[in-house]
Design a protein around this ligand. Structure first.
Ligand SMILES: [Zn+2]
Ligand SMILES: [Zn+2]
Length: 184
């Protein structure tokens, strides 16, 4: 992906006190969302702040990813706005000098690293995308008490009961449901 090549950082050229980076290029997120056919709409441009601090053995990454998205509720499929704000920390091990560092072509390794004529390049776009994907909740809810759709007729039960025969299930769970209803 061409977007990736725009956000490469030469790790060995970083100053010893580290350096701050900001990625706020829409394509970093919009392209993979399109590519993976994800049901996720971006509201505005996400951003990733990142500080990279060199150490003797590698590089310490500390950052945060922020985004506003609209995703379908995992129970009722209603469009649900989400504000994502996740801090993260990661560590990149210095590649082994003895190891096969490809000398000529730009080639991709682990940890979103690329190697080019001995330079170690970190792909910030790949880091930004990965952290965004990790921060997305696997089962987003429009409301913690969302009743979802009736498994029999498909009606949105938040709008009211549908008249299908209810399976009351475990009475202890029913009690919990009652508690949740009182809170909201
Ligand atoms: Zn819902
Ligand atoms: Zn029903």
């Amino acid at each position: 992906m061409d977007t990736h090549k725009k956000h490469l950082v030469a790790l060995r050229d970083l100053p010893p006190q580290g350096k701050d980076f900001l990625v706020c290029d829409l394509a970093v997120w919009s392209e993979p969302i399109k590519e993976f056919h994800m049901d996720c709409r971006l509201e505005g441009i996400p951003e990733m702040e990142l500080n990279i601090l060199p150490s003797t053995e590698g590089w310490l990454l500390r950052g945060a990813v922020r985004a506003s998205v609209v995703v379908p509720c995992s129970r009722c499929a209603k469009e649900t706005p989400l504000a994502i704000a996740e801090a993260f920390e990661d560590y990149i091990q210095m590649p082994d000098e003895e190891g096969a560092l490809p000398e000529d072509a730009l080639s991709e390794g682990d940890d979103h690293l690329l190697f080019d004529h001995g330079a170690v390049l970190l792909d910030l776009a790949a880091v930004a995308w990965e952290q965004f994907a990790l921060a997305l909740p696997p089962t987003p809810l429009c409301d913690p008490g969302c009743k979802g759709l009736c498994p029999k007729c498909g009606q949105d039960l938040n709008a009211g009961p549908c008249g299908c025969a209810r399976d009351e299930g475990d009475p202890r769970l029913a009690k919990l449901r009652g508690l949740k209803l009182k809170k909201s």
